[in-house]
Unconditional design. Structure first.
Length: 288
């Protein structure tokens, strides 16, 4: 079970649900218990918005009793209480001056701390109810050194979850085997794309396999294979070797498919894309 905080309404008139820490949930529970009336219900109070309008009575969280009536805590009151806490705790900057926090600064601190601890920026955007992710990244006060440190910490956490032997220095035999793998992938038609340490699963029937990448310079050899297959199919049909016809037909279709791939790649490389730039003849003025 995790504590969730539902905020409604927000400044975008949309409800938000935030994941909060157990410590914050405990503080919020204490506040709710404090502002409940004798009937156990939170008192409804009116509030004055920055748009100079009065909101209808709502069960606002930050309220207190003044002269026997419940009133909302104003921004100035919260700012004053915050400064009193900073003064009592003697929180100072590098120059020895007392810190000067505004209530809105905690929004920036929350987004920065969340992103630096691995929260994806687009999730932070949803939590902050920002229409544009650039607004969220503007709130995120991460400097290059902090970004590098966060990245290094992330890599360290990921490595701690992986087996240690994956990060050891490879031996000379292992390195030679790795390099030799690429030598064994060289074919008469081009290069095989099978992954390191894997064997050929098609019994070296390279024409049928989808892994080989045919070298354009080996097109004549592929044409020879295609012609040879057509001759063998004709012979098998004359002799009535139907099983042979079926297998050779599969190889012929694969060879023709590879030829089509070579043609498509050649067409892609030789196709001229008109960028719409005018030629010299179009822009030059005729003179006599």
């Amino acid at each position: 079970m995790v504590p969730l905080l539902q905020i409604a309404p927000s400044k975008t008139d949309e409800e938000r649900v935030l994941l909060v820490t157990p410590e914050l949930a405990d503080v919020l529970s204490a506040i709710v218990c404090r502002i409940r009336g004798t009937n156990g219900v939170v008192t409804l109070v009116v509030s004055y918005e920055a748009e100079r309008v009065w909101n209808p009575p709502m069960p606002l969280l930050f309220q207190w009793r003044v002269n026997g009536e419940e009133h909302i805590l104003s921004v100035n009151t919260i700012r004053k209480a915050l400064n009193e806490v900073i003064d009592a705790a003697q929180l100072t900057d590098a120059a020895g001056e007392l810190l000067d926090y505004q209530p809105h600064d905690f929004r920036r601190m929350f987004i920065t701390d969340a992103i630096m601890n691995g929260l994806p920026p687009h999730i932070a955007q949803v939590i902050a109810s920002h229409d544009d992710i650039n607004t969220t990244m503007h709130y995120n006060a991460v400097y290059p050194s902090a970004a590098i440190a966060a990245h290094q910490a992330f890599i360290a956490r990921r490595r701690s979850l992986r087996p240690g032997e994956e990060y050891r220095v490879p031996t000379s035999e292992e390195w030679d085997a790795f390099l030799g793998h690429f030598e064994r992938r060289k074919l008469s038609l081009g290069t095989c794309g099978r992954s390191f340490g894997s064997e050929c699963v098609h019994e070296h029937a390279c024409v049928r396999c989808a892994m080989p990448r045919v070298d354009p310079h080996e097109r004549p050899r592929l044409d020879e294979i295609r012609i040879n297959l057509m001759v063998r199919i004709a012979e098998a049909e004359c002799e009535g070797w139907l099983g042979e016809v079926g297998g050779l037909s599969v190889s012929l279709a694969a060879a023709e498919d590879k030829l089509a791939q070579l043609d498509a790649e050649l067409a892609r490389r030789t196709t001229v894309v008109h960028l719409g730039l005018p030629t010299f003849a179009q822009i030059a003025t005729g003179t006599s």
